[in-house]
Write a protein that binds this ligand. Structure first.
Ligand code: PMP
Length: 325
C-alpha cells in the first residue's frame, strides 16, 4: 500500500524529473525537483509545515491559535492549507506588488490577507516587520518568520536534500537554485555537502537582487533591476542563508527566463512560474560550464498558473520591454 496521511503527509517526496531536451542539448542530466506537485502547489509547503510544527513543539502555538506571516505568497498559501488542516487562523501580510492570482487564492483558502506598500526591508513598514509586530500584539499568535526562522532551512535539510540524494543514488554533481528566504538552497546545500563535499552549489539570482554580488564579492550590494520574478532575490543575507557553502552564482535576466519558460511550455508541455525559469536557466549555465556527463539538479518551484496575468500575458510583458521569443 502506498497511502499518504492527510495534507501534511502529502508534502514532500516529490518526483525528480528529467528535462529531456535540455539534457540532450547539454549532454548532462538536467533534473528538476517537482515542488509544484506539493499539495499546496509550491516548494514553500515544506517550510510552512516545518515552521508550524516547530511552533507547536515549542508550545508557542496552541489549539485554535493564529499564524501570522509576511510572504510574497507561496509561503502564505502553504501556511493557509496547514492552518486549515490543524485548526489555526492564518493572517498574511504581502507586498502589494505580487500577482493577483496568489492574493485571490490565499483569500479562497481562508487566510486574511493584508496587502501593504512594497517598501525596502530597512523601512519599519516593510511587510515582514509589520507581520512580526502584529503577531507580537496578539496573545495567541506566532510569527512564522520564514526569513530568519531556521525551521525553514531544516525542512530542506531533513526532506528535500535527502530526497535528491536518494533519487539520484548519490550521483549529483551540482545543485542550482534561486533563493528568497534561502531556506531551500541553505538546507539542500548543507545536506548534500554533508554527503559529498565536492557537490557544486550554485545560486541563481534574478536582476535587482544583492545575492549574486554577495556570493561573488562577499558584499550584498544590489544589482541593477527590476525583475518581474516573484518570491526570489533579496537585498539581505537572511539567517537561513547565512553560513551556507555556496561555490558560485549566476545571474539570469528576465528575458532569458521568459524564453526558457515559453520553450518549456511549447516544446515539452511544462507550465512553470518565473522562479523555475530562473532555476532552469541557471542549471543549463552550470551544465555548460561543467561540460557533458554531469548531473545537475534544480528546483521546479511552482506552476505558471500563479502568474497567468503577468508572465503569460503578452501585453504585460511588452509593457516591461520584454518579448515572447
Ligand atoms: N520560488 C518561488 C515561487 C517562491 O515563492 C520562493 C519562496 N519565496 C522561492 C522560489 C524561493 O525559496 P526559498 O524561500 O526557500 O529561498
Amino acid at each position: 500500500m502506498d497511502i499518504r496521511s492527510g495534507f501534511a503527509g502529502t508534502i514532500g517526496n516529490t518526483p525528480l524529473i528529467r528535462l529531456n531536451k535540455l539534457s540532450e542539448e547539454t549532454g548532462c542530466e538536467i533534473l528538476g525537483k517537482a515542488e509544484f506537485l506539493n499539495p499546496g502547489g509550491s516548494v514553500k509547503d515544506r517550510a510552512a509545515l516545518w515552521m508550524i510544527s516547530e511552533h507547536e513543539r515549542s508550545g508557542a502555538l496552541k489549539p485554535g491559535g493564529t499564524v501570522v506571516e509576511g510572504t510574497a505568497g507561496n509561503t502564505g498559501i502553504g501556511l493557509a492549507h496547514v492552518c486549515n488542516a490543524r485548526g489555526y487562523r492564518c493572517i498574511i501580510y504581502m507586498p502589494d506588488t505580487q500577482s493577483p492570482e496568489k492574493v485571490t487564492l490565499l483569500e479562497t483558502l481562508g487566510a486574511e490577507v493584508r496587502q501593504v506598500p512594497a517598501v525596502p526591508y530597512k523601512d519599519p513598514e516593510n511587510y515582514q516587520k509589520q507581520a512580526g509586530r502584529f503577531a507580537h500584539s496578539l496573545p495567541d499568535a506566532v510569527w512564522a518568520n520564514q526569513f530568519d526562522n531556521l525551521a525553514n532551512r531544516h525542512a530542506h535539510y531533513e526532506s528535500t536534500g535527502p530526497e535528491i540524494w536518494a533519487q539520484t543514488d548519490g550521483k549529483v554533481d551540482a545543485f542550482v537554485a534561486a533563493t528568497g528566504t534561502g531556506g531551500t538552497l541553505a538546507g539542500v546545500s548543507r545536506f548534500l555537502k554533508s554527503q559529498s563535499n565536492g557537490i557544486r552549489i550554485v545560486l541563481a539570482d534574478p536582476m535587482g537582487s544583492a545575492l549574486y554580488n554577495w556570493v561573488k564579492t562577499g558584499e550584498a550590494s544590489m544589482s541593477k533591476g527590476p525583475s518581474i520574478t516573484e518570491g526570489i532575490g533579496n537585498s539581505r543575507v537572511t539567517d537561513n542563508l547565512s553560513g551556507t557553502e555556496i561555490d558560485d552564482a549566476v545571474q539570469i535576466t528576465d528575458q532569458e527566463m521568459i524564453t526558457m519558460v515559453y520553450r518549456q511550455l511549447r516544446e515539452e508541455g511544462w507550465f512553470f512560474g518565473s522562479s523555475t525559469g530562473i532555476n532552469v536557466c541557471g542549471a543549463v549555465k552550470v551544465a555548460q560550464d561543467m561540460g557533458p556527463g554531469h548531473t545537475v539538479v534544480t528546483v521546479l518551484c511552482d506552476s505558471g498558473s500563479r502568474y497567468q496575468s503577468r508572465l503569460f500575458n503578452e501585453a504585460y510583458l511588452n509593457e516591461k520591454g520584454l518579448v515572447i521569443a
